[in-house]
Design a protein around this ligand. Structure first.
Ligand code: N01
Length: 541
């Protein structure tokens, strides 16, 4: 690992940049900074690259962005060299891809694995970050770059008695490397978000009995996953430049065409045809079938009702089907793609428990006790999600100028405020890749990651060329961005649901909407414009 020592005597190792996390974001950030001639060190808690794809090894884990679009596009050579096997890439394949990237660009030599950043404090005098890791080391860095991802702080709800459970328990986002054997076991899954809905059908096939503890019934549609034909992959490769441009200019980072038609301006028959066709096609396309599904309650209800009818048609037992009926606005919680999820409830070895009607009281040594009974279990799976977006950043003790803690800045009651989701007033030379108030989780992540990494690398280049030492977001610019973010979100139905998007899934977390919904293409233009105008909304020293 190359270190760059200051001219002033300094006993601590010093880097131009410290990057936290070796997932999609951290790997590309390292590559970009190296290209620009900077010394950089990546700290990664896992013992391999991959980020969420390193940790999420639960049964059935698969991405629901189509593989040919879920790629880096900064290198055409890389795009041409890698070939995906299925429409939606499985976790092992994505992990292989990220390892391939790390090897191709020789990234590992600047990554320190099995190391967590515990704190990052800005030294006002030195204008540098003092970064501590869990192995007791301290290093200095001019730039502190968070590449921690949006969904890496797992949420295991505090349930009375968990420590007394005599079986094994796991969280989907922190799954063991060894295969968990469900054969002959009584298994419980708490949670029916994307992770639960992907793992439930797979676990049900193996387990002696599966009990699903559902709090909120969810909309889910078939992924229609399948092996990819060589000709299809080749076609995607041939269209690399066109596809890259289209994704970068799009609303959500995919090269899909979005409808310009309202769901309410077509006949019932036409609407059903459109929904049936999207259903058969599979994937996230359902939300783009009409242009007002996410802003108009009546329009949304047409699609919500369509999905409910699909669930009813699949699930044989009426009582179970009723428990599975979602009643929020479709897609205001993260849309879910599944493979034979609702069919799973027709199996004799699967029981559904509605924990809204029959709440979990405690975990006992033998299993889960609800108000109405006890379910004996050998294995308990928490598919209970994440303290999203701010959670991974808050796990580190980040202290900016004048001793201000990021935790206090984003404290309870005060909505998160950032500038562009990239920077924070009071935290000079700190950058967040896909931070709160950027398009992040409501976009195709690699597209948004690349945009941030490239913007940050250009910004650092600018600072160096101009002979500045630091850059910092201006408070007023941050206020204005946050306000804009909220205005855009509140014109949609997204803010009406209780979801991890809003923070409602985490007890005592301030509820807001820290995702920019103005579209990936617009957002890119805004960020580029700000840079072109000499980094408007930032000050330099
Ligand atoms: O987490 P979630 P996830 N008692 O928060 C329930 C991405 N991802 O890991 O809805 C009982 O969505 C909770 O209930 P409720 C994707 O962006 C992508 O599944 O809050 N239940 C909910 O059912 C996704 O959206 C992929 O009422 C409790 C579930 O647990 C995000 O990660 C795959 C509870 C949590 O669902 C998170 O998905 C996997 C409690 N105390 C993940 N606490 C793909 O690309 C929580 N729940 C396919």
């Amino acid at each position: 690992m190359t270190t760059q020592h200051n001219t002033k005597p300094n006993p601590l190792p010093a880097f131009d940049a410290v990057i936290v996390g070796a997932g999609f974001s951290g790997l590309y950030m390292l590559h970009k900074l190296r290209e620009a001639g900077l010394s950089a060190c990546v700290y990664e808690a896992g013992d391999g690259v991959g980020g969420v794809w390193y940790w999420n090894r639960y049964p059935g884990a698969r991405c629901d962005s189509e593989s040919v679009y879920y790629n880096y596009t900064f290198s055409e050579e890389l795009y041409q060299e890698w070939t995906w096997s299925s429409r939606y890439p499985g976790q092992p394949e994505i992990l292989r891809y990220l390892n391939f990237v790390a090897d191709k660009f020789d990234l590992r030599r600047d990554i320190q694995f099995r190391t967590r950043v515990t704190s990052a404090h800005y030294d006002d005098d030195e204008r540098k970050w003092r970064i501590q890791t869990n192995d007791g080391a301290t290093v200095m860095a001019t730039y502190f770059i968070s590449a921690v991802g949006c969904l890496s702080a797992t949420n295991v709800p505090k349930m009375k008695g968990l420590e007394t459970f005599e079986g094994q328990w796991f969280h989907t986002g922190n799954w063991p490397h060894e295969k968990v054997d469900f054969h002959g076991k009584r298994v419980g899954v708490i949670g029916t978000g994307s992770s639960g809905i992907q793992s439930i059908p797979v676990i049900a096939e193996e387990a002696l009995h599966l009990t699903v503890f559902q709090r909120t019934a969810q909309y889910s549609s078939p992924a229609q996953n399948h092996e990819l034909e060589e000709a299809y992959v080749q076609h995607a490769k041939n269209r690399f430049h066109e596809m890259k441009q289209s994704m970068r200019e799009s609303t959500a980072g995919f090269p899909y065409k979005r409808s310009r038609v309202s769901a309410l301006e077509v006949s019932e028959e036409k609407r059903q045809q459109v929904y049936e066709s999207a259903w058969a096609q599979g994937g996230l396309i359902l939300t783009s079938t009409f242009n007002d599904l996410l802003v108009n309650e009546e329009a949304n209800e047409t699609l919500s009702a369509f999905i409910r009818s699909k669930i009813r048609a699949v699930v044989h037992d009426e009582k179970t089907a009723e428990m599975l009926m979602p009643n929020y606005f479709f897609a205001t919680k993260r849309p879910i793609l599944d493979t034979r999820y609702f069919e799973t409830y027709n199996r004799e070895n699967v029981t559904l428990v509605n924990v809204k009607a029959d709440p979990i009281v405690e975990i006992t040594p033998k299993g889960v006790r609800t108000e109405k009974g006890e379910y004996e279990l050998d294995i308990l799976v928490f598919a209970t999600g994440y303290d999203a977006m701010t959670g991974p950043l808050m796990k580190m003790d980040i202290v900016g100028k004048n001793g201000e803690k990021l935790k206090d800045k984003w404290a309870e009651g005060a909505n998160v405020k950032t500038y562009l989701g990239i920077a924070n007033a009071g935290f000079p030379n700190m950058f967040m890749i896909t931070g709160p108030e950027s398009p992040s989780v409501l976009s195709n992540m690699p597209v948004s990651i690349e945009q941030h990494v490239e913007w940050i690398a250009d910004c650092i280049q600018y600072i160096r060329e101009q002979g500045y030492e630091s850059i910092e977001a201006v408070k007023e610019a941050e206020e204005a961005w946050s306000k804009h973010c909220w205005e855009v979100a509140s014109a949609t139905l997204f803010t009406k649901a209780e979801s991890w998007y809003t923070g409602a899934n985490i007890k005592d977390k301030p509820v807001g909407f820290p995702i920019y919904l103005g579209g990936v293409g617009n957002y890119r233009q805004i960020c580029t414009g700000i840079a072109e105008r000499g980094y408007e909304g930032f000050t330099f020293q």
